[in-house]
Design a protein around this ligand. Structure first.
Ligand code: FPP
Length: 228
């Protein structure tokens, strides 16, 4: 029997890979590799405790400003892990959805992303992976789609239904590792009423216990959605 979790949708800003590596006198790429392993563990842990939707921020529209060698290393990592995750996570009744603008990616990467989405499309739980994702760009994309469909008046529902994350409800909880107090263009529209949990833990050090702490804190909060 599946556990009932108070959090239906949890989202992660996976920050601190670079600092984690620096503390070990290693290159930043080493931190990203450790972060990719943590990603798999944390995502699986979330499904184990009954979360139905998980969203992660792996590469933002602003991350292109990083040195080319770091961008290359990150994309090598995504490329390597895409099939691995499809096998390991996708087989656990998880539908993998890549959120973000993939138009500039290589044909090979685009095809493999599409294959993973296709292979897992009948699974019930959702994993949204943000690669070249930006919240503002996502809203513009949704609005442009609606304009192209001939809409002249746009409702909030129209926008929600046309976001990359349209298969998921808005996140209940957004967890940011690495101690920075900002949301960095992540899920701008969807986070209107999300609870934020910020921890100094660096992403590669993140464990199931830290997810438990975030959910315990979430349960203590009194969500009023603007009411009393
Ligand atoms: C931000 O930390 C992290 C990133 C830009 C990359 C996130 C990528 C992963 C966790 C690994 C891969 C994930 C998948 C889905 C394969 P930072 O490096 O900017 O940290 P810093 O603030 O300490 O420098």
């Amino acid at each position: 029997m599946e556990t009932v979790c108070p959090v239906k949708h949890i989202a992660f800003i996976m920050d601190g890979n670079g600092r984690w590596a620096k503390k070990r006198l290693m290159p930043r790429e080493f931190g990203h590799k450790a972060g990719a392993e943590t990603f798999e563990n944390i995502v699986n842990y979330c499904y184990d405790i009954g979360v139905q939707h998980v969203t992660v921020y792996a590469f933002s529209t602003e991350n292109w400003k990083r040195p080319q060698h770091e961008i290359d290393a990150l994309f090598k990592l995504f490329s390597y892990y895409i099939d691995h995750y499809a096998e390991k996570i996708g087989n656990r009744n998880v539908r993998i959805v890549f959120i973000g603008d993939r138009t500039g990616f290589s044909e090979d990467l685009k095809n493999r992303m599409q294959n993973v989405e296709e292979k897992t499309k009948n699974n019930g739980r959702i994993l949204n992976i943000g690669i070249n994702y930006g919240g503002r760009a996502e809203i513009c994309h949704a609005v442009n789609k609606l304009i192209a469909e001939g809409k002249t008046e746009i409702t909030e529902e129209d926008i929600s239904e046309n976001l990359y994350t349209s298969l998921s409800p808005d996140p209940d909880l957004i967890v940011r590792t690495g101690g920075e107090y900002r949301t960095s263009n992540f899920l701008m529209w969807q986070s209107a009423y999300s609870e934020l949990y910020i921890t100094d833990t660096l992403w590669p050090d993140m464990k199931g216990d830290d997810v438990d702490k975030a959910i315990t804190e979430f349960m203590r909060r009194n969500r009023r959605y603007g009411g009393l």
